[in-house]
Write a protein that binds this ligand. Structure first.
Ligand code: FAD
Ligand code: DHB
Length: 395
């Protein structure tokens, strides 16, 4: 027997986009239901992003979920770019008056879930057969089967597709245009119980491939290596990973602090932008509509930004009956998504090595020298990295 219920906004996916949307809607008194195919434990443990733009930090604070972020986040003034045996600092605080903050996506997801559940919000974890219908009507329906096998139908005013790149929502938009670029490399990422031997992130271009030194806390490092696109994790023993990291970050008198590796994965790299991000009563947000290669740290920031724009648009639509922001939603989000897409492409192309391409090698080195010596070029990088045009939730 199908259980029927009603809410104002049905949200597919409990990632950063769906959770942030639900939190912001609740601040306006708008009820929502989140349906998520994974368990809560899985969502809270999925290792992904870690670098937050200044605007994302401000938005999490303004939404009332910044307490642990303020206590545990690591504020950085800029990043290091390493190439041809040099390590140069680009200081965002000096160049554009903004900083960035390391605070793991796992922690943001935990904070947002805790906030929703404490306020009596509904998140249906471990849902199956998730489907959306009636998006061209004023009463779309979100249906799913709960973890006990009971089928549900939730009547909604609006559905938010926040279900990531492999979700179901994007395919429901008729006449969708998608633009894509794939790259011939991937990132092997590790998490290690090792205090970072750097105060800020290092983006290193080495002739054997790119490497990124990031962190999660004063005790935990997060490191990435460029590997071929079709690489298998089996080819990378812990010893081989550390040796490759030492080589790609090498500077005289300095080394990468090593420790127990607690997580290891390979992520393919792709740029993908699809629009429009709205059809009828269905709105897409985050990775459901666009993904960027991780270099430049834009994905999570874009997902949170879309949620902010959508929350403002849905507040106006559902509380005031004004469709102006809802009608502008797709264009507003795609404009920012394309800026981030171009920046991520720029950061990736400047630092990742193609085999046997000496023209590209020399052009990359020229670009790296330019962004680390010209204040104009450094300012452009700083403005984009720390967050260009971050949206604000008008409350
Ligand atoms: P997701 O986080 O993918 O959430 C979607 C949710 O929907 C998931 O919980 C999924 O289980 C659920 N779902 C899927 N299908 C269904 C369905 N049919 N029914 C119900 N639920 C469903 N970004 C940054 O900004 N900074 C970084 O430093 C950074 N580093 C990264 C490093 C790596 C290695 C990777 C992989 C990504 C990184 N990103 C980074 C990108 C960032 O993690 C993503 O952009 C972000 O997770 C997008 O959030 P989202 O809510 O849109 O989607
Ligand atoms: C991290 C990931 C990135 O892609 C990046 O550019 C910076 C930081 C991270 O996981 O910490």
């Amino acid at each position: 027997m199908t259980v029927t219920s009603r809410t104002r906004v049905g949200i597919v996916g409990a990632g950063p986009a769906g959770l942030m949307l639900s939190v912001l809607l609740a601040r306006r008194g708008i009820e929502s239901v989140i349906v998520e195919s994974r368990t809560r434990e899985y969502c809270e443990a999925r290792q992904r992003a870690g670098m937050l733009e200044a605007g994302t930090v401000a938005a999490l604070r303004a939404a009332g979920v910044g307490k642990r972020l303020d206590a545990e986040g690591l504020e950085h003034d800029g990043i290091y770019l390493q190439f041809a045996g040099e390590r140069q600092h680009v200081n965002f605080r000096e160049l554009v008056g903004r900083t960035v903050t390391i605070y793991a996506q796992t922690e943001i997801v935990k904070d947002l879930i805790a906030d929703r559940l404490a306020a009596g919000g509904v998140i249906e974890f471990s849902a199956s057969s998730v489907a959306v219908s009636g998006i061209e009507s004023a009463a779309p329906v979100l249906s799913y089967t709960d973890s006990a096998g009971v089928p549900h139908e939730v009547a909604c005013d609006v559905i938010a597709g926040c279900d990531g790149f492999h979700g179901i929502a994007r395919a429901l938009v008729p006449g969708l245009s998608a633009y894509e670029r794939t790259y011939p490399y991937a990132w092997l990422g590790i998490l290690a119980d090792a205090g970072p031997s750097t105060d800020e992130l290092i983006y290193s271009r080495h002739p054997d491939g790119f490497a990124l030194y990031s962190m999660r806390s004063p005790e935990v490092s997060r490191l990435y290596l460029q590997v071929p696109a079709d690489e298998s994790l089996d080819a990378w023993s812990d010893d081989r990973i550390w040796a490759e990291l030492q080589k790609r970050f090498a500077l005289p008198g300095w080394s990468v602090a090593t420790g127990q590796i607690t997580d290891k994965s390979i992520t393919p790299m792709r740029s993908f932008v699809a629009g429009p991000m709205r059809h009828g009563r269905l709105f897409l947000a985050g990775d459901a509509a666009h993904i960027v290669p991780p270099c430049g740290a834009k994905g999570l920031n874009l997902a949170v930004g879309d949620a902010i724009v959508m929350a403002s648009a849905l507040s106006a639509l559902l509380l005031d009956g004004s469709a102006t922001l809802a009608d502008a939603y797709s264009d507003t989000c795609l404009r920012r998504a394309w800026r981030a897409t171009q920046f991520s492409y720029f950061m990736t192309s400047m630092t990742h090595v193609l085999p046997n391409d000496p023209f590209d090698d020399l052009a990359q080195l020229a670009q790296l020298r330019y962004v680390t010596s010209s204040p104009a070029a450094a300012t452009s990088l700083a403005e984009n990295y720390s967050g260009y045009e971050s949206p604000k939730f008008e409350s």
